[in-house]
Design a protein around this ligand. Structure first.
Ligand code: NAX
Length: 333
């Protein structure tokens, strides 16, 4: 069988880092053939066409076909997975409302085009920022596609959080489990270590031995480091996160398509449409602790949030609610 994957913004930086890993089978596994549809705007077509030539030269055994287009109807035709990477970045002097309006103009029509052209079981992963609200807008315009088929990438934040804990605790990153991100993919996000484990032991216990006052360390060091990591990468590298974002996108789709386990150690993060879990207003696309089972994200229920965690989650969710109000005011929902 061949899975059809549409990548928007395929001529951009993240697109370039994503395409070759998908073609190599990193996303859907070594037995799944893939057909790639690279959707760009006219200005990005040359870069996408160049990437398509290089994909051909990669002679990937799993890659059946590559098509480059600037027509959303062609780009989303038969898509089983749509990775919405292309977005309008914030330019100089742009207010938040301008950014939301510019992206609403992209993600609304793309939602409509997905509904009209994609495969019945399409799954949509939004990477382009502001990812949560772009997913909300796309889902709202995709008549007939269940809203739970849209999710926003917060896996990069989770990967960053796990890596920071591993470095602090001098432990292999694979041993650090259950570090979900709550809320928005933004500076208000809440990376939650309260149930995290390292080699099966509570992370909070291991941290207490290393850093002393765990809450103070979380507030002054860990959370700002994770939430500002994108800015740190820009300062050091001179350009935004690319390969790590592509890698997290691969992780996200692989979990969604192939499933996670359902134990505490398998908890991961994704921005999904709230059904009111944990008091998050219904319909907002918020990051939650999730498992993936049978191709569906499942919010992990029953987690007790202490007062501090609750206030952190509430602050990020309030930001999401504000973004929703702003896009409503712009007539984008
Ligand atoms: P680039 O500017 O390199 O590439 C974006 C590409 O999208 C360009 O080639 C552009 O022509 C194309 N594009 C623009 N509008 C389009 C449309 N309507 N249809 C199809 N293609 C369109 O940006 P890149 O570094 O690849 O980043 C892409 C997006 O990912 C940005 O919005 C960025 O903010 C976001 N990120 C999200 C992350 C996350 O964790 N959710 C982390 C990394 C990244 O910051």
């Amino acid at each position: 069988m061949t899975t059809t994957i549409t990548i928007t913004g395929a001529g951009g930086q993240i697109g370039y880092a994503l395409l070759f890993r998908i073609a190599a089978g990193d996303m859907l596994g070594p037995d799944e053939h893939v057909r790639l549809r690279l959707l760009e705007i006219p200005a990005g077509l040359g870069a996408a066409e160049g990437a398509a030539l290089e994909l051909q030269d990669g002679a990937f055994p799993l890659l059946d076909d590559v098509e480059v287009t600037d027509d959303p109807a062609v780009g989303f035709a038969g898509a089983d997975h749509a990775l919405l990477v292309g977005a309008r970045p914030r330019g100089p002097g742009m207010e938040r409302a301008d950014l939301l309006a510019a992206n609403g103009g992209i993600f609304g029509p793309q939602g409509t085009a997905i509904a009209a052209n994609a495969a019945a079981g399409v799954r949509v992963t939004v990477v382009g920022n502001p990812a949560n609200t772009n997913a909300l807008i796309a889902a709202a315009h995709a008549d007939g596609v269940p809203a739970e088929r849209f999710s926003a990438l917060t896996r990069l934040d989770e990967n960053r959080a796990r890596a920071q804990l591993a470095a602090t605790l001098d432990a292999p990153v694979a041993d650090v489990r259950h570090v979900p991100i709550w809320g928005n993919h933004s500076a208000t996000q809440f990376p939650d270590v309260s149930r995290a484990t390292v080699g099966g032991r509570p992370v909070t216990q291991a941290l207490a031995e290393r850093v002393g006052d765990v809450r103070a360390w979380l507030e002054s060091t860990f959370i700002p480091r994770v939430a500002r990591r994108g800015a740190e990468i820009i300062e050091v590298r001179g350009s935004s996160s690319v390969a790590s974002a592509a890698s997290a996108t691969i992780d996200h789709v692989r979990s969604w398509a192939l499933g996670t386990g359902t134990t505490d150690a398998d908890v991961t993060s994704a921005g999904v449409v709230s059904r009111g879990e944990y008091g998050v207003p219904e319909g907002l696309v918020s990051s939650f602790p999730v498992h993936a089972v049978d191709g569906e994200w499942r919010v992990v229920e029953g987690i007790e949030l202490d007062e501090w965690a609750r206030s952190r989650v509430d602050a990020s969710v309030a930001e999401l609610a504000d973004e929703r109000e702003a896009v409503r005011a712009l007539g984008l929902l």
